[in-house]
Design a protein around this ligand. Structure first.
Ligand SMILES: *Cc1c(COP(=O)(O)O)cnc(C)c1O
Length: 365
């Protein structure tokens, strides 16, 4: 078998370790996963009821047009139904973007330390990568705009950025959009949109009227807590959505995912509660990190990238032995760091206790 040569350079995605695997491997009974930015409060009971209500319908193919969710979400976002596209997670939408706009002979601009799937999918489709380093953990939109050339087709802005948790402000974004040619698709990945509380964060849906070369990606996987259902969406001009629909699989989102997302959307109380609890959990963590003199990037998400100034893999393994799964910064372009998802108050407390012991060990050695 001879696969295409360029896919061999694409690393196989290494997900956060599953809880059961860690329990089995290390003989632990209690394991806390703070590795994949999942919602520690689960998901809306309304979504659960909707899923249960539809368990009898599984013999039929799903609605390939995702019409009911489309109408609800269009109303919720105040856009036209034709301005939406749904995917098997927003991951699938960024894959569709690459398939539609990228190939050999063109390039794509992204940050060096950002969500790995932009790089992987662009490489699979044969495009050249132009990577621009973050500036203080934030997308350097000026440098990214300057990196665009006549062969650039797609520019990626992860806002807030994974893995740093930082945001670009509205002013920075508008400068970029005004500079970049309208032939370049600007992708705004807003997977953590609902977690943001900073007033300088841009509200991007109203920008679509002025910038038809924009696509906003959001997901039900993060604050809505439906990561297992695999459903995300893109918001863009009708033209961009039309382009993407050419490469979309006919039944790319499942029936249960559609009904769960629809019900979850009606429960904005759950979303608001999770946003508030997340800020409290973030403070619980940063208060201790400040006390210990650790530095971290200011995060508008449900995770935080902390500089422990020690070998990422070693500290990751020590935490694992204590029943805590986090994400080692080594694989994310931040050696010495760990990316930690904010958990419940109890989970955070456990993490802080274990960390305190481990950090004292290092000092007393
Ligand atoms: C989690 C995440 C996604 C993907 O979410 P889906 O589960 O595929 O909807 C996309 N972008 C970023 C930055 C993420 O962190």
């Amino acid at each position: 078998m001879l696969p295409k040569e360029r896919i061999l350079g694409v690393p196989v995605y290494q997900p956060g370790k599953p809880i059961d695997e860690v329990k089995r491997e290390l003989g632990l009974t209690e394991v806390i996963k703070l590795a994949s930015n999942e919602n520690p409060y689960g998901y809306s009971l309304k979504a659960k009821e909707a899923i249960i209500d539809h368990l009898n319908d599984l013999a039929l193919y799903p609605d390939g047009g995702t019409m009911e969710l489309r109408w609800d979400l269009a109303k919720f976002l105040q856009v036209k139904p034709e301005q939406l596209i749904f995917g098997n997670g927003s991951d699938e939408i960024l894959q569709m973007i690459c398939r539609t706009y990228l190939g050999e002979g063109v390039n794509t601009v992204m940050a060096t330390q950002t969500f790995s799937q932009y790089r992987s999918n662009a490489t699979i489709d044969g495009a050249e990568l132009i990577e621009v380093p973050l500036k203080n953990g934030v997308h350097d939109l000026e440098a990214m705009a300057a990196a665009v050339n006549e062969k650039t087709r797609v520019l990626w802005v992860c806002n807030p950025n994974n893995p740093s948790g930082t945001i670009n402000t509205e002013a920075e974004l508008l400068q970029l959009l005004d500079k970049v040619s309208s032939d370049v698709l600007v992708v705004l990945d807003e997977a953590y949109y609902e977690y943001v509380v900073d007033a300088e964060y841009p509200q991007t849906v109203p920008l679509l009227d002025k910038y038809p070369n924009l696509i906003i990606l959001r997901t039900f996987s993060k604050i809505y807590g439906l990561a297992a259902m695999r459903i995300g969406y893109g918001i863009a001009s009708e033209k961009v959505i039309n382009d993407l629909n050419h490469v979309r699989e006919p039944f790319n989102t499942g029936s249960l995912s559609q009904v769960a997302a629809r019900a979850a959307l009606t429960d904005q109380e759950f979303v608001a509660k999770c946003r508030e609890l997340n800020r409290q959990g973030m403070k619980q963590l940063t208060d201790k990190f400040d006390e210990w003199g650790l530095s971290y990037y200011p995060s508008q998400t449900n995770f935080i990238l902390v500089d422990f100034k020690q070998d990422s893999t070693e500290l990751f393994q020590k935490l694992l032995k204590n029943g805590l799964i986090v994400r080692s910064g080594a694989a994310l372009g931040f050696p010495g760091y760990q990316r930690i998802t904010v958990g419940t108050p109890e989970q955070n407390a456990k993490l802080l206790t274990v960390l305190e012991n481990l950090l004292q060990e290092t000092v007393s050695k």
